[in-house]
Design a binder for this molecule. Structure first.
Ligand code: UN1
Length: 527
């Protein structure tokens, strides 16, 4: 941990106090809910307290959001993009400190903390450009002197419910697109990471104030999922909710939103596999599997959880992978040489330990890792050693996402089709990868009978996707897409327009609607 003095400076620079309020409409902060302590997983130290949002705060924020939407939707999209550009610039200035705060609050290595802020900056740049490209198509009408086209209009209030593991970036890649699309946002962050959320909101508020924007453009409500989250999910004033989190909760949320015929973007669990074929560059594969499994201490939805290895290269690959695991540096994630920090909280350690017991009970073999680290260096923190477990593909636990650094290694025999079948044989469908120098193998993997995931990579790992294309997955991952490509469209409502610029009333499909029509002869042409 930083010294108390340097933590104080970091807090002051990011406008955090020892007691913080949990609700903001973008200009005014309040908090009428219960107070919670925020502790660092690095050493268990109490960082600060939050007086959370209560029902009145939620209502205040929603009222402001509704009012702001009426104004914001009429601001030209490129001007909205300019606000997002300024936010990106402000993030650049705060990258170092905000990255450190992410690390202090949730425990990822500071390299990854900075990477997370960089991802926020990237989406701001992207969204600013996109604000000039909210294209609708036009096409030719079947009627004379008619014009057909579509427009994309702002949708309304967007609810963002984010997870602890990307406590800042998930919000930003929803927010940046929603804002340029003319929507306003209400953010409910994970209860484990309220300080990062407050700091992000305060950075954005600087920009909102500097541009004399009204309250309600971007709001924050920190509070328990069962109260504040539940309110937001069932709120008919919120036409779109973006939820990142577990499949279990996502399933409930999907039902509630579907019941009110709202829209949702669901980014749920992953169970991401890497296929290592006999034609793989094993050194490259081992390096990528290592980062995929151990980066963010295995707490990314894109983390590599399974490796399917051709039996002919199994031993050689495993030797290389073990070498990485044997050299891993675990410890205070603020120290730049540490590759892996703690898990997010003691509950996460418990889940991991229980999973290891189940894996063994089901017949899996732990090849390395799985210890809780307790020495002086780790005091008060949630440190564990990452696990490689050798299992048969049929092991029931392989079907589940355990949000921890547990990697299943499995042999396959047979060709690429067998490997793909195993890779697809889980309920989740977020990310996948293959390591091979064989063109036919990689093309098969990317083809219609290949990977069934939202992301399929060749010779790189399952995590660390760039913001330029759509991010999300299939099956129990929920089907949502965020970030680049045409993901912006879900934040807007599509309107199909037809204009008649003639003096004639012509109906489509050749329908005549005048009195005394004669029935067309059988052979007569339409029209
Ligand atoms: C997540 O874990 O919720 O592809 C998102 C990645 C990051 C996003 C992860 N760009 O690993």
């Amino acid at each position: 941990m930083p010294t108390t003095a340097s933590l104080k400076t970091l807090f002051a620079s990011l406008e955090l106090k020892s007691l913080n309020l949990g609700a903001s409409d973008g200009l005014t902060w309040s908090g009428s809910g219960t107070t919670i302590d925020v502790r660092s997983p690095i050493d268990g130290q109490r960082l600060a307290a939050i007086r959370q949002a209560g029902p009145e705060d939620y209502e205040r924020v929603l009222a402001a959001a509704m009012a702001a939407f009426a104004v914001w939707r009429c601001v030209p999209a490129p001007k909205r993009g300019e606000i997002v550009r300024q936010f990106g610039d402000e993030l650049r200035k705060n990258k170092d400190l905000l990255g450190q705060l992410v690390t202090i609050e949730m425990g990822k290595s500071v390299q990854e903390g900075w990477g997370e802020v960089q991802e926020m900056i990237d989406i701001c740049d992207y969204a600013c450009g996109q604000s000039r490209m909210l294209y609708g198509v036009q096409t030719h009408s079947e009627r004379p002197s008619h014009r057909l086209f579509e427009q994309w209009h702002p949708l309304g209030v967007v609810g963002i419910v984010s997870a602890f593991n990307f406590p800042a970036a998930v919000w930003s890649w929803n927010l940046a697109l929603a804002l340029i699309c003319g929507d306003v946002c209400v953010w409910k962050p994970a209860s484990a990471t309220p300080l990062t959320a407050s700091a992000c909101q305060k950075i954005l508020e600087k920009i909102l104030r500097r541009n004399a924007l009204p309250a309600g453009i971007s709001s924050l409500v920190i509070g328990p999922g069962a109260e504040i989250g539940a309110r937001l999910i069932s709120d008919r004033r919120i036409p779109l909710v973006s939820y990142t989190g577990s499949t279990l909760t996502g399933r409930q949320i999907a039902k509630t939103i579907a019941e009110r015929l709202g829209r949702s973007i669901l980014e749920l669990g992953g169970n991401n596999a890497i296929i290592v074929t006999a034609r793989a560059n094993l050194a490259l594969a081992a390096r990528n599997v290592f980062f995929g499994a151990v980066g963010t201490a295995g707490q990314r939805c894109t983390s590599t959880r399974r490796v399917l290895i051709d039996e002919r290269v199994y031993a050689a690959f495993l030797r290389r992978l073990r070498a990485h695991y044997d050299q891993i540096t675990i410890g205070n994630p603020l120290e730049i040489e540490n590759q892996m920090g703690p898990l997010v909280n003691p509950a996460a350690v418990k889940v991991m330990m229980e999973a290891l017991a189940t894996i063994q009970a089901q017949g899996g073999k732990i090849l390395c890792g799985g210890q809780k680290l307790t020495g002086r260096k780790y005091r008060g923190g949630c440190y564990v050693t990452p696990v490689i477990a050798e299992v048969p593909p049929s092991l029931p636990m392989v079907q589940e996402e355990t949000f921890a650094p547990i990697l299943y290694v499995m042999k396959y025999r047979g060709g690429i089709d067998r490997a793909i079948a195993l890779q697809n044989d889980v309920p989740q469908g977020l990310s996948s990868a293959i390591f091979t120098d064989d063109l036919i193998e990689e093309e098969t993997f990317l083809s219609a009978r290949g990977s069934d995931c939202g992301i399929a990579n060749v010779n790189l790992g399952t995590s660390g996707a760039e913001i330029g294309l759509a991010f999300g997955g299939e099956k129990e991952t929920g089907g949502g897409r965020e970030s680049g490509s045409d993901a912006w469209k879900i934040y807007m409502r599509r309107q199909t327009n037809a204009i008649n610029w003639s003096r004639e009333a012509t109906l489509a499909q050749g329908i005549k609607f005048e009195p005394r029509q004669t029935r067309p002869k059988k052979s007569a042409k339409r029209g």
